[in-house]
Design a binder for this molecule. Structure first.
Ligand code: ZN
Length: 311
């Protein structure tokens, strides 16, 4: 069970590297932030006034869902490929962070959340005095596109059951189910699972300039029968584990730790974003709650204002 209090990190940590889609080199500095800040990115390369460089990591700022999650503020400043960091923050339990970035795309690192997890673990977490807000799902949310779907169902913790199906490929049909998604299960089961693609897709993506920074160092590339990466796979079902990682990252765009059971089939960023918008389309679908640790994690109606979610 997650702590009922908000957390940040004890001190600044830095990560840098090439980005997957644009191929640019970018550097990010993760700074501690006070309670109720949320997760904020700041474009330090921009000439705009300081207050216009901030981009909140919230669903209202999601402008593109193609192959990655991009957020953009009202002044046109964007940060792309935030989902692997967001997954680590959601799972580890970091509520407040200011992220300086000197470009418009996050470094892809090894294509997973591992480096973020290690960096956050190294600097350590700091418990804050404010209570954490949890997003409690009150009604089942189901979003479909052709055969693909994502269901977000009421639950007293975050759990996930994800299936992908690429018939006739080396990936095939894969499933991962995790009953309790927390810091430990995320670290052991998902954090090092890399993004993936197929050799047959690679030329098309490269020709279209969609993955200028892609290489075997930051993605699993599947040939006809097996991965081309010399180090093989982290798990036999590494691809579906990565899809679950992406979903956990995207769900943190709600601005809160999510209490729900997620069931997904062949979904992706855009379907997850649609499902989050569907949650917030009706106030009867959700509420924000705090959890009282003293009474055996009994949930209490939140003293938090719904306005704080900044839709
Ligand atoms: Zn991903």
């Amino acid at each position: 069970m997650k702590s009922s209090y908000q957390h940040t990190i004890k001190k600044t940590c830095v990560l840098e590297g090439t980005s997957l889609h644009s191929g640019i080199y970018s550097k990010v500095k993760l700074h501690p932030a006070p309670a109720n800040t949320g997760i904020k990115f700041k474009r330090i390369d921009s000439d705009l006034p300081l207050n216009q460089r901030i981009i909140d990591a919230l669903i209202c700022n999601v402008k593109s869902s193609q192959l990655c999650t991009s957020i953009e503020n009202e002044f046109g400043l964007r940060v792309s490929t935030i989902e692997h960091l967001m997954a680590a923050l959601h799972a580890i339990g970091i509520d407040n962070l200011l992220i300086d970035i000197d470009n418009d795309e996050m470094p892809i690192l090894d294509g997973s959340s591992l480096q973020y997890c290690l960096a956050l673990e190294k600097v350590g977490l700091k418990k804050l005095k404010a209570k954490r807000k949890f997003l409690n799902i009150l009604k089942p949310i189901i979003v479909k596109r052709d055969d693909a779907f994502i269901k977000i169902l009421p639950n007293n913790q975050l759990s996930i059951d994800y299936t992908i199906n690429y018939p006739g490929t080396a990936v095939g049909n894969q499933n991962i189910a995790i009953e309790s998604l927390n810091e430990h299960s995320f670290k052991n089961l998902l954090s090092d699972c890399r993004t993936f693609t197929f050799e047959t897709e690679l030329e098309k993506l490269k020709t279209n300039g969609i993955i200028k920074g892609g290489s075997l160092d930051n993605a699993v590339v599947f040939g006809e029968n097996e991965p081309l990466n010399s180090d093989g796979l982290k798990f036999y079902n590494e691809p579906v584990r990565h899809k679950a990682l992406d979903a956990i990252g995207d769900l943190y765009l709600t601005g809160s730790h999510v209490l729900a059971h997620i069931e997904a089939y062949c979904a992706g960023h855009s379907l997850t974003h649609l499902a989050i918008r569907e949650i917030f389309s009706d106030d009867n679908n959700w509420n924000l709650i705090t959890i009282d640790e003293q009474s055996d994690y009994k949930m209490l109606p939140g003293e938090l204002s719904v306005n704080s979610i900044n839709l």
